[in-house]
Ligand binder design. Structure first.
Ligand code: CA
Length: 548
């Protein structure tokens, strides 16, 4: 209780300090009394855990916050925004690649154990990492080891060597060891690129500037292990594994073996290392990848514009779709758990490749909020893409526009970055900036803060196994039960969603002793439980707990 109180007092002070800094009045009085009261109530519900079941925030450093006025976001800029992340409530960060790279997005690395000068120095990183850890925020780094940059010294050495090789002569690794780090042949074909001035081709699944590493080469394993070890010994808490189903394109069993090696190798240097892989595919395929024993795989069956969350929200008022929601969570979780009983879910709504959630739902504020709650009440380590918590909008349908500058304020001053190359800004934003939304009870941002606070205060939400609660799955209400074998005994909760534009009234008289612990509401009216009837406003969410 004490710990909860001080944590809350600290966050309240941070919010007031931000309001004062933003020049919005000298009176030390909250402008969001409803949000403050709700957050206090939520924090009093329980005690957060400090483990791998977190709320994590994906940051594209380039577009996040610029500390030195060159227009490009940097690590010092991120550090200056840790107060904000604490106010938001997240306790994990995934940094998109920060190592040297010729591209703006940096998914083609030229040095796995350095910091791109655009973003700062290794000293800046050490300072940022320490500041995150002081606040209880764990840090994972994007680890892009399907391919390197075509400008990586390993690759340029191999290409230079092939260019000097007389026609018809086979390469010799004794003359150029990194010739074995990539896949070179004379046949070429789909996914290969020709080296100019030679009759050699190299494998590159994504692009000519991203040559694929050769996962049959023992030296590649040594190099990758050295890189992982470097970051883990520095104190980094784990990695996000880019493009994991492309290590061996189309060969799941071999990719599973690589993931198993990456997980066990990371654990050699930090037994609590957390790894989450990108396997952009259906839940059936993702389930097979869980056989690797990896902690987490992003759940594309629920995230993105074609995932189950958005599908459900596009069918508001359709009972059959509402009914499927909890059943789908139950069956997908079971399919993953069957392959790895210790798996940790990795739900997300959107990321740097998918586009913005606000665009998926046409800027409908209620749906933006409800989508956020659905994601944040899922099992595992839930991910939020920077800007998602303010319902940030994209200006065009292309990668750079999905990665637009974080909108700290309307004036686009004080750390707001320039656009990454090719990014189109929207002509207007649906819901305003961080600065504005922090001052509004009922903003998307303050809704997100409450959903995150709820997730943290009741660890049964992130730790519990989900089953559909058939008796309460009626009309457009979806009901799920979560059951967690916690160190202190079995914990349970019920989570209910009203996927309807109309108010729902549910008979819960069969649930004697259960209490309404918390609700999330997109409008004034709050969920209520009285005389065995649970009232859920349109788009409302309720969490029920059994009698203590
Ligand atoms: Ca900068």
């Amino acid at each position: 209780m004490n710990q909860t109180f001080w944590r809350l007092a600290r966050v309240l002070c941070l919010v007031l300090a931000m309001a004062l800094l933003a020049g919005c009045g000298g009176a030390a009085k909250s402008e969001t009394p409803k949000t403050d009261a709700a957050l206090q109530k939520l924090a009093a519900l329980g005690t957060p855990t400090d483990d791998l079941y977190r709320t994590s925030y994906e940051i594209f450093v380039y577009s996040f916050c610029d500390s030195d006025g060159d227009g490009i976001g940097d690590l010092k800029g991120v550090e200056s925004k840790l107060d904000y992340l604490e106010v938001l409530g997240v306790d994990g960060i995934w940094f998109m690649p920060i190592s040297p790279s010729p591209s703006y997005h940096k998914y083609d690395v030229i040095d796995y154990t350095a910091i791109d000068p655009q973003y700062g120095t290794m000293e800046d990183f050490d300072s940022l990492l320490a500041a995150c850890h002081e606040r209880g925020i764990r840090v994972i780094l994007d680890f892009v080891v399907n391919h390197t940059s075509s400008e990586h010294p390993w690759f340029t050495a191999a290409v230079d060597y092939l260019k000097t090789l007389p026609a018809g002569q086979e390469p010799n690794a004794a003359d150029c060891p990194t010739i074995e780090y990539y896949v070179f042949n004379h046949e070429g074909g789909n996914g290969y690129h020709k080296i100019e001035g030679t009759d050699w081709y190299y494998e590159c699944d994504f692009s000519a500037y991203m040559p694929d590493l050769n996962w049959d080469c023992p030296a590649v394993y040594e190099e990758i292990e050295a890189a992982m070890r470097y970051w883990l010994e520095k104190g980094v808490d784990g990695f996000r594994l880019d493009a994991a189903k492309h290590y061996y394109t189309g060969q799941t069993d071999k990719n599973v073996a690589v993931l198993h090696w990456l997980q066990t190798t990371a654990e050699k240097y930090n037994p609590e290392a957390y790894l989450v892989a990108e396997v952009w595919d259906s839940s059936n395929v993702i389930a097979n990848y869980y056989a690797s024993g990896i902690n987490s795989i992003f759940d594309y069956s629920f995230g993105n514009h074609d995932g189950r969350i958005i599908k459900t929200l596009r069918a508001i008022g359709v009972p059959s779709m509402a009914k499927e929601y909890a059943a789908k969570i139950e069956s997908v979780e079971a399919s993953y758990r069957e392959k790895n009983p210790d798996y940790i879910g990795a739900p997300f709504l959107s990321n740097h490749d998918t586009g913005r959630i606000a665009n998926f739902v046409g800027g409908d504020e209620a749906l933006v909020k409800l989508a956020g709650a659905m994601n944040l009440l899922m099992y595992g380590n839930a991910f939020v893409y920077y800007g998602e918590e303010i319902g940030m909008r994209q200006g065009a349908t292309d990668d750079p526009s999905y990665r637009a500058p974080m909108l700290w304020n309307e004036a686009r001053a004080d750390g707001v970055t320039d656009c990454p190359p090719g990014c189109t800004l929207p002509e207007s934003y649906f819901f305003g900036s961080v600065e504005e939304q922090l001052k509004q009870d009922g903003s998307v941002l303050n809704y997100y803060r409450q959903a995150i606070a709820l997730r943290k205060a009741l660890p049964v939400i992130s730790h519990g196994t989900t089953t559909k609660e058939e008796a309460l799955n009626t009309g457009c209400v979806a009901a799920e039960r979560k059951t967690w074998n916690s160190p202190d005994g079995v914990q349970e909760c019920l989570v209910l969603y009203n996927f309807d534009t109309e108010i729902a009234q549910l008979d819960v008289s069969g649930y004697a002793g259960w209490q309404l612990a918390a609700g999330l509401s997109v409008a004034e009216e709050e969920p209520a439980l009285k005389d065995g009837t649970l009232t859920l406003p349109a788009y409302g969410v309720a969490v029920l707990l059994p009698a203590a």
